[in-house]
Design a protein around this ligand. Structure first.
Ligand SMILES: NC(=O)c1ccc[n+]([C@@H]2O[C@H](COP(=O)([O-])OP(=O)(O)OC[C@H]3O[C@@H](n4cnc5c(N)ncnc54)[C@H](OP(=O)(O)O)[C@@H]3O)[C@@H](O)[C@H]2O)c1
Length: 332
């Protein structure tokens, strides 16, 4: 699969492009940026054969079959549609759009183009999540009643895309989306209603701390906290009637060390006994690029189509609504 990248975004140049270049199942042939000289320098550094000074030129390149779109959130849908219209498959960064209405525009464009669009939730490609999901599905920790997620970091840079309200900034869209997709993936079911509490930065107008509860029905609930002006931490706890799973570095698993999850079965408080399961070193962005390439080549089927991305947006929208109404909001 021959890939092109729209923009010199940090996530692309620091993580996703180098990771994809580790695979022999795909090639990154081109990168486009608004500033040609900057883009050319990035291409040279990353050994990408072609640099373009506009996104349009990249989309007009007939050798490119797939686009990786790591633009700021407000441009995800617009440029994904343009890429589809140019006959390319698209792997688009999370969140798929600004809101549900924005994301829904992708359905018609995808169907008209006959190409595929995938949301870049790399975590679903990491074996630690796949194994945790398998443990839950096997019933090893009994009936799962709660998934708790925390994901925070500190970033108060006014120039960062995350702190710009008008282009889709804020913690809920940036990292809250993982706290929604994670429980959906583990539980393999959808929440019916949500409630949230959100604190906004007075200068940026973006959410800097969001807490929420997702009601999956039948007594099953997920809760989360995500923040952009707190010390950095990330953890997921999956609680069942017979045991628990703890994912130590759920979202930014590193390539340098094996990822570790802990599975505990003690039932009395005051103990922290758990068996550790570690996974061979891997790069979730490489796995994501390979999985997307296989889907685009028609070699494997789509597990998480754009309709799944829309469900995630509907939950994020309901969380945002709840913070305004102060009450439970139905999803959808
Ligand atoms: N999956 C993950 O692990 C992960 C991690 C971090 C971020 N992300 C996602 O990746 C996306 C990019 O995040 P990032 O932190 O990499 O952003 P970033 O470094 O600010 O990059 C965004 C790029 O978009 C281009 N751009 C076009 N119009 C722009 C505008 N109006 N304002 C700013 N940039 C504009 C710029 O590239 P040119 O100048 O080259 O055109 C810029 O470098 C976001 O959607 C974010 O949610 C995903």
């Amino acid at each position: 699969m021959k890939w092109g990248v729209i923009s010199t975004a940090k996530i692309g140049t620091d993580k996703v492009i180098p990771a994809m270049q580790e695979s022999d199942r795909l090639e990154i042939l081109a990168i486009a940026g608004r500033d040609f000289e900057k883009t050319r320098a990035v291409a040279e550094k990353l050994r990408i054969p072609r640099a373009y000074g506009s996104y349009e030129e990249l989309l007009a390149d007939p050798t490119i079959e797939a686009i990786y779109n790591p633009l700021p959130n407000h441009l995800h849908v617009e440029w994904t549609i343009k890429a589809l219209e140019a006959g390319k498959h698209v792997l688009c960064e999370k969140p798929i759009g600004l809101d549900t209405a924005d994301a829904k525009r992708l359905i018609a464009a995808r169907d008209k183009s006959g190409k595929q669009v995938l949301e870049a939730f790399m975590v679903r490609h990491h074996p630690q999540w796949q194994h945790a999901r398998q443990i839950v599905a096997n019933g090893e920790i009994g009936d799962v009643t709660t998934v708790q997620s925390i994901f925070t970091y500190f970033n108060a840079d006014p120039d960062n895309v995350r702190n710009k309200k008008d282009i889709g900034g804020g913690g809920l869209l940036d990292i809250g989306c993982y706290c929604v997709v994670g429980p959906r993936y583990i539980l393999d079911r959808e929440p019916v209603r949500v409630v949230s509490l959100i604190d906004k930065d007075p200068k940026f107008g973006t959410d800097r701390l969001a807490s929420g509860i997702l009601d999956f029905g039948s007594g099953i609930q997920a809760s989360f906290a995500c923040g952009t002006q707190s010390a950095a931490v990330q953890r997921v706890h999956i609680l069942g009637t017979e045991g628990r799973i703890e994912i130590i570095l759920p979202f930014n698993a590193v390539q340098e060390n094996p990822a570790v999850i802990r599975v505990g079965t003690q039932k009395q408080p005051g103990f922290d006994e758990a068996r550790e399961i570690s996974f061979p070193v891997c790069n979730q962005y490489t796995l994501q690029g390979e999985a997307a390439s296989a889907i685009f080549a028609g070699e494997s089927t789509v597990d998480y189509p754009i309709e799944d991305a829309i469900k995630n947006m509907q939950i994020l929208d309901a969380l945002a609504r709840s913070s305004k109404t102060g009450s439970w909001e139905m999803v959808a």
